[in-house]
Design a protein around this ligand. Structure first.
Ligand code: HEC
Length: 109
């Protein structure tokens, strides 16, 4: 019972990080790469550390309004950061580019 509850909470948290109905239309209008990135962001569990789909800090920093260049972001996603963020070496360049498009589509605020 306790175990099941934990799993449900985990699923709810992961979903909260990836679901953003208001934003979905915006992403679709810029060609779909950002929308693909948003899906991947959710399914890969990025939201576990980058809260509210990257709009708020969590275990990891807020990603909205990121000032780093594409090469930096690409490398961070692919190789991670020792002890802090896992690398996602299994992602293709196209997948990583969609994640970059998604992160850049987030309003900086
Ligand atoms: C286990 C927690 C964790 C997960 C999962 C995670 N990250 Fe991170 N991420 C971090 C932490 C912590 C940092 C800060 C490390 C550093 O100094 O660059 C970070 C840094 C970043 C940065 C650089 C931010 C900046 O301003 O320098 C990007 C971009 C990023 N993550 C994207 C992602 C994406 C995309 C995913 C999913 C594919 C992901 N992260 C999954 C914890 C995580």
């Amino acid at each position: 019972m306790h175990h099941t509850m934990s799993a449900l909470i985990l699923v709810a948290l992961l979903a909260a990080g990836s679901v953003a109905p208001a934003f979905a239309d915006e992403a679709a209008s810029d060609g779909g790469a950002a929308a693909k990135g948003e899906q991947l962001f959710g399914s890969a569990g990025c939201g576990w550390c980058h809260s509210e789909g990257g709009r708020a800090p969590g275990k990891g920093p807020k990603l909205a309004g990121i000032q780093k260049d594409d090469a930096f972001i690409h490398n961070r996603i692919k190789n991670g950061y020792p002890g802090q963020m896992p690398g996602f070496k299994q992602f293709s360049d196209a997948q990583i580019n969609s994640l970059i498009a998604y992160v850049r589509s987030l309003p900086a605020q």
